[in-house]
Design a protein around this ligand. Structure first.
Ligand code: ATP
Ligand code: MG
Length: 775
C-alpha cells in the first residue's frame, strides 16, 4: 500500500487549470493561501484545504500564505492563532515568511472603500437592517432603491469618514456597493461592504469601529498579497461575481487573483464546523478541542492519527466539484495503513480474566521470544515476554457455553497462547453469583513457542499477560461521536444525535512489562485489539492508552492467523475466483448460488443486513478479494446496491482473465464513479463509457468526465430551452400528440436526448416534456 508521499501531483481540475494558466503565461508563478478565521481549532475539513493549497505551492514551485482572516472582532482569539499554526506545522507544512493577518490591511481596505465612493460605486445607507432586507427583494422580485441610494459623493465621503471616526452607534449606517438591485445573484444587490462595530479587536485593539465584510475583504487580501489562485469551497460560487466586481472597481489590473471553488470535505458520523465544535466544547459534550473523539486536528493527533495518514486521506479523497460525503472508514483505513509499519505489536488485556495453568510449576517464570513485527513487515526486533503459572486473558475470550462459531477458550477446548503454549481448559471457578472468576487449564510443554510437534491444529490464538509481571494501565476506547451518519442534516439539534457511549474506559487493563515507562506519544498495536497511542496523561508509572482504531480488516486477519505460506494463499485466491465464476454462472442460469460457510457466510449475512439480496451477497462474499474491493468502494460511496451492481455486472464482465488487483485503478475510483452516477452527474451510458476508460487506462472518474464532457445535464434551466426548441421544430407532431396520439411521447424524448448529445437526464427530460405538452 502507498503511504503519504507528498505532494501527489494529481490530475484534478485545479491542477489542470494551473498548468494551463502557467502555459498560457496568465501567471508567472503560483501563489495560494490558506485563510482560516481564528475563531476555533482546525478540523479535518480544513486539512483538505491545507493539503490542497500548500501542496499546490510545493508542486508548482510557488508559495502558500498562511493568512488569518481576522476581520470579525467578536469571535477571534490569540489561542486559536496559536493552535492553527501548531496544527498546520504538525501536518507537515510550512508557510516560511508568508504569515499574514487580514487585520493588518484595514487601512488599505478603507482606502479602497474611499475609491469606490469617489467613483460613485459605493454609498452610505442609513436604513435599518430590517429595511435593507425588505428593500432587497426576493429571488422572484427585484429589489427597490432606498432613500439614501443617491447620496452625493461628498456626502458619502463625509459619512464614511465619520463612521470610521466613531461618531455613530452600531447598526446606524453601513457602506454598500452600488451595483444592481435587480441582479439575479442576490449577493449583487448592493452588498454591505462595511458595518459599524464598537468592539475590541484582539490585534487592533480599539483602533477601529468599522469592520469590512467578507466579500469585500477577502478579494482585497488576496490582491494585496499577489495571490494567483484563490481556492474556496463550493458555497462561495455566487460570491465569485462580487469578488470580481470589487477588484474591477477597486482598481486592480490583471494579472490578479481569481477564485475557484471545489467541493468541501464532509465525513459521515461527524460535524466539521468550528461553530458546532465550539458548542460541543462549551457545553461539555467533550473534554476539549483536543478530545480524541473530536474531528479536529488536535483531537485526531491525540487519538493517535499521524500527519502522514491525514495527508494520505486527503490525497485519496481528491479534489472535485461534486458534493459527496466521505465514509469515516476511509480515514480509518488511512491510519491503519500507516501504523501497520510504524506500530510494534505487543500484548495487553483490557478486561482481565485470571487463568491458572495447573500443570505449570509454581515458581517458574520463562522469558519467551516475541517478535515486534509480523512477517509481512520488513522490520526486525523482538522482546522477551514473561510467562508464568498465573496469567490474564481477555474475559471475552472465554465462554462457558460457547456459541456456534466461537473458536476461543471453553471447557475441554484447546487454544494457543500467542508465543507461548497450547493450553486446554479443564475447569472454572465461580463466585457465589455464578460468575466465572478463574479458568483452570493445563498446558502442553512440548508446544513451547505455540506449535505442537505433532502438527495438530487449534482454531483460536489468544493474547495474554503474566499476572504478576503486568503493568496496570488505563485504556480509553473510543467510538463514533455521533450515532447518525449526518448529525447536522437530521431533525432537531445536531447534539441530539451524540453517541452516549462514545467513550469507554478500561481502567483495569494490564499490559506486558515491556511497556513499562512507555513514552507519551508512542504508537503500539495491542494484538487483536487495535492500534493505540500513549496519551499525554501517561505517567512513568501508569500508561494511558487511547485506541486509535480497531484492526477490523477481516481478510488480512484470516491470512495472518493461518500463517499460511505464500503458495497456499495464492491457491486460496484462485479457488475463490473459481468459486466466484461458478456462482456467477449459477446466477446467469437462474439457479441458486450455494450457501457459504464460516467467515464467508458471516460476510454475506452482513451484506444482506446492508440491503443486498441473498444472491448478490453470496456472490460478493464468495471471493475475499472481491469482498474487500467492495468494502473499500463502500468507504467512498456508501451505496451497497449500486456498488454491488457495478462491481458484479459492469466491472466483472470487463475483467476477462485479469484479477481485480491487476486493474489500473482501485476500489476508491469505482466508488467515485458510482457516486457520480448516483448523484446524477453522469448518465448510466456515460458511466459505462467512463468505466471502459478506467479499465483500459486507469484515471479518476471525475477527471475522465471533465475531459470527455460527459457531465449529465439535469439542470432544468439548461434543459427547458432545448425542450422548447424541439417542440417548436415539431409543431405538427405536437398538434397530433395533443389531438390524442400520445404514443408520440417517446419520439419527443428521443429528439430532446439527441439535441443534448445524449447527456440530458432522462427523468428531467420526461418531466419537462410532460409539463410542456400536457400543460
Ligand atoms: P467552519 O465552518 O468550520 O468555521 P470555515 O470555512 O468558516 O469553516 P475558515 O476558517 O473560514 O472556516 O476556513 C479556512 C479555509 O478552510 C477556507 O478556505 C475554507 O474554504 C476551508 N474549509 C473549511 N472547511 C472545509 C471543508 N470541510 N472542506 C474543505 N475546505 C474547508
Ligand atoms: Mg467561517
Amino acid at each position: 500500500m502507498s503511504t503519504a508521499d507528498k505532494p501527489r501531483g494529481g490530475n484534478d481540475f485545479i491542477r489542470e487549470m494551473i498548468r494551463a494558466d502557467l502555459a498560457s503565461g496568465k501567471y508567472e508563478g503560483v501563489a495560494t493561501r490558506f485563510p482560516p478565521e481564528p475563531n476555533g481549532y482546525l478540523h479535518i475539513g480544513h486539512a483538505k484545504s491545507i493539503c490542497l493549497n500548500f501542496g499546490l505551492a510545493e508542486e508548482f514551485g510557488g508559495r502558500c500564505h498562511l493568512r488569518f482572516d481576522d476581520t470579525n472582532p467578536n469571535t477571534e482569539d490569540p489561542e486559536y492563532v496559536e493552535s492553527i499554526q501548531r496544527d498546520i506545522r504538525w501536518l507537515g507544512w510550512d508557510w516560511g515568511e508568508h504569515l499574514y493577518f487580514a487585520s493588518d490591511y484595514f487601512e488599505r481596505m478603507a482606502a479602497v472603500a474611499v475609491t469606490l465612493i469617489e467613483k460613485g460605486r459605493a454609498y452610505v445607507d442609513s436604513c435599518t437592517p430590517e429595511e435593507i432586507r425588505e428593500l432587497r427583494g426576493t429571488v422572484t422580485e427585484p429589489g427597490r432603491p432606498g432613500p439614501y441610494r443617491d447620496r452625493s459623493v461628498e456626502e458619502n465621503l463625509d459619512l464614511f469618514r465619520r463612521m470610521r471616526a466613531g461618531e455613530f452607534e452600531d447598526g446606524t449606517h453601513v457602506l454598500r456597493g452600488k451595483i444592481d438591485l435587480a441582479a439575479t445573484n442576490m449577493l449583487m444587490r448592493d452588498p454591505v461592504l462595511y458595518r459599524i462595530r464598537h468592539a475590541h479587536h484582539y490585534r487592533q485593539g480599539d483602533a477601529w469601529c468599522i469592520y469590512p465584510m467578507y466579500d469585500f475583504a477577502h478579494c482585497l487580501e488576496d490582491a494585496f498579497e499577489g495571490v494567483t489562485h484563490s481556492l474556496c469551497t463550493l458555497e462561495f460560487d455566487n460570491n465569485r461575481e462580487l469578488y470580481e466586481w470589487v477588484l474591477d472597481h477597486g482598481g486592480f489590473e490583471r494579472p490578479r487573483p481569481e477564485q475557484t471553488e471545489f467541493a468541501r470535505l464532509n465525513v459521515n458520523y461527524t460535524v466539521a464546523s468550528k461553530r458546532k465544535l465550539l458548542q460541543l466544547v462549551q457545553n461539555g459534550s467533550v473534554a476539549g478541542w483536543d478530545d480524541p473523539r473530536m474531528p479536529t486536528l488536535s483531537g485526531l493527533r491525540r487519538r493517535g492519527y499521524t500527519p502522514e495518514s491525514i495527508r494520505e486521506f486527503c490525497n485519496r479523497v481528491g479534489v472535485t466539484r461534486t458534493f459527496n460525503i466521505i465514509d469515516v472508514a476511509l480515514l480509518e483505513h488511512s491510519i491503519r495503513d500507516d501504523l501497520n509499519h510504524k506500530a510494534p505489536r505487543v500484548m495487553g488485556v483490557l478486561d482481565p480474566l485470571e487463568v491458572v495453568i495447573e500443570s505449570y510449576p509454581e515458581e517458574q517464570v520463562e522469558a519467551l521470544d516475541a517478535d515486534y513485527w509480523p512477517r509481512d513487515i520488513p522490520k526486525d526486533g523482538s522482546r522477551k515476554v514473561p510467562f508464568a503459572r498465573r496469567i490474564f486473558i481477555e474475559r471475552d475470550d472465554f465462554m462457558e457455553d460457547p456459541i456456534a462459531g466461537f473458536h476461543r477458550l471453553a471447557p475441554g477446548r484447546e487454544v494457543r497462547l500467542r508465543y507461548a503454549y497450547l493450553v486446554t481448559c479443564v475447569g472454572v471457578d465461580k463466585d457465589e453469583n455464578g460468575g466465572v472468576i478463574r479458568v483452570r487449564c493445563t498446558h502442553d510443554p512440548a508446544s513451547r513457542g505455540g506449535e505442537a510437534p505433532d502438527g495438530r491444529r487449534v482454531k483460536g490464538t489468544l493474547h495474554w499477560v503474566a499476572a504478576d509481571h503486568a503493568v496496570a494501565a488505563e485504556v480509553r476506547l473510543y467510538d463514533r461521536l455521533f450515532e447518525t451518519e449526518r448529525p447536522d442534516a437530521e431533525d432537531g439539534d445536531f447534539r441530539d444525535h451524540l453517541n452516549s457511549s462514545s467513550l469507554t474506559v478500561a481502567s483495569q487493563a494490564r499490559l506486558e512489562p515491556s511497556l513499562t515507562g512507555l513514552e507519551a506519544g508512542s504508537h503500539v498495536q495491542l494484538e487483536r485489539l487495535g492500534y493505540f497511542y500513549a496519551d499525554p496523561d501517561t505517567t512513568p508509572e501508569r500508561p494511558v492508552l487511547n485506541r486509535t482504531v480497531t484492526l477490523r480488516d477481516t481478510w488480512a486477519k484470516v491470512a495472518r492467523q493461518g500463517e499460511s505460506e505464500v503458495a497456499k494463499k495464492a491457491a486460496e485466491r484462485t479457488a475463490a475466483r473459481e468459486a466466484y465464476k461458478a456462482a456467477q454462472r449459477a446466477m446467469a442460469e437462474g439457479s441458486e448460488v450455494p450457501e457459504l460457510e464460516g467467515e464467508a457466510k458471516d460476510v454475506a449475512d452482513a451484506y444482506v443486513v446492508r440491503g443486498l439480496s441473498e444472491q448478490d451477497a453470496r456472490l460478493l462474499a464468495v471471493d475475499p478479494d472481491l469482498a474487500s474491493f467492495f468494502d473499500a468502494a463502500l468507504a467512498v460511496h456508501d451505496a451497497p446496491r449500486s456498488i454491488a451492481n457495478w462491481l458484479t455486472n459492469e466491472l466483472a464482465g470487463r475483467l476477462g482473465d485479469r484479477a481485480l488487483g491487476d486493474l489500473p485503478f482501485g476500489p476508491t475510483e469505482l466508488g467515485e464513479l458510482v457516486a457520480l452516477v448516483d448523484d446524477g452527474t453522469l448518465g448510466g451510458t456515460a458511466g459505462k463509457e467512463v468505466l471502459g476508460v478506467m479499465v483500459d487506462d486507469g484515471g479518476r472518474p471525475a477527471d475522465i468526465v471533465e475531459a470527455r464532457g460527459l457531465r449529465q445535464i439535469s439542470d432544468t434551466g439548461a434543459l427547458e430551452p432545448v425542450v422548447a426548441e424541439v417542440l417548436e421544430q415539431n409543431a405538427g407532431q405536437v398538434a397530433a400528440y395533443r389531438g390524442g396520439k400520445t404514443a408520440l411521447f417517446g419520439f419527443f424524448i428521443g429528439q430532446v436526448m439527441r439535441a443534448t448529445g445524449g447527456k440530458g437526464d432522462p427523468q428531467q427530460v420526461k418531466a419537462l416534456l410532460k409539463k410542456a405538452l400536457d400543460g
